[in-house]
Design a protein around this ligand. Sequence first.
Ligand SMILES: NC(=O)C1=CN([C@@H]2O[C@H](COP(=O)(O)OP(=O)(O)OC[C@H]3O[C@@H](n4cnc5c(N)ncnc54)[C@H](O)[C@@H]3O)[C@@H](O)[C@H]2O)C=CC1
Ligand SMILES: [Mg+2]
Ligand SMILES: [Zn+2]
Length: 276
Amino acid sequence: MISRWTTAVLDTDLPGGWAVARSPEGFLFDDNGALFPREWLKRQDLSILAEHGIGHLDGEPVYLLELHSPLDIPGCNWKGLRAFMLEDDHTLYKVLGYAAQVGTWAREHRFCGSCGTRMSQIPLERAMYCDACDLRHYPRISPSMIVLITRGDEVLLARSPRFVTGVYSTLAGFAEPGESAEDCLVREVREEVSIEVKNIQYMGSQCWPFPHSMMLGFHAEYASGDIVPQEDEIEDAQWFNVHDLPPLPASRSIARYLIDLYVARRLGHAEPVLPG
Ligand SMILES: NC(=O)C1=CN([C@@H]2O[C@H](COP(=O)(O)OP(=O)(O)OC[C@H]3O[C@@H](n4cnc5c(N)ncnc54)[C@H](O)[C@@H]3O)[C@@H](O)[C@H]2O)C=CC1
Ligand SMILES: [Mg+2]
Ligand SMILES: [Zn+2]
């Protein structure tokens, strides 16, 4: 199947195409969705912080207008990326997820982190350039590991105080400098629930644009220790039987995929597909 959406670095001097607008309140949308004719959008009184050409949707160029602040446009509203993630239009979510990461980077890389000089966009490369330092600043991607720990028919799931009430998920954490993904897994599991794991197996990855994680998904088996939830980070952690699971994370998350895959294998059901 030909992908409807492909990323690309496009020349912002060329006219036409579609545009999405993003502000600290999320993306602009109306009854037709979140893509607007670019020339029409640019005629509105927007406070544009940066403009980037981000790719092609069904062959048509798509641009991002990253705004300083939201603006009232009749018939339009603003909505966060998470809300789009929970909706059915997977392609639109991919477009907006990418736009969000480019927008976050554009917002946070206007000035060189080394010397403070204002930077400029490099044509045909997703990079901001500091002329004074001859330095390129690329979009930030944060490798994070996520792991489902199992013990026979039981899976270890935990709650962060940030989660929706009642929802339990797999353990996750950001990689630190000097770590492999597996090192990160062992450290995070020790920190968050104080147990040891074995037979670590890589299961797949997922872009998680909240704001710029690259999730590296693993399965691991319980080896030893009793659960001791990390103060402040983990509100509760428990072993749950695959026949009696609590409310789980959103179906598009790799956390949910790791859980659903294990349960499917355990119960002999059809296996889920990892959402991109
Ligand atoms: N797609 C999915 O299924 C899931 C994705 N996630 C994502 O995984 C990531 C890591 O999970 P957490 O448990 O929140 O991480 P964590 O266990 O490492 O704890 C969060 C703490 O890490 C620090 N931190 C924040 N950003 C960082 C960065 N870029 N690099 C290093 N340290 C940083 C902060 O002190 C923060 O309070 C998050 O982006 C989260 O949204 C988490 C669970 C499910
Ligand atoms: Mg964590
Ligand atoms: Zn510089």
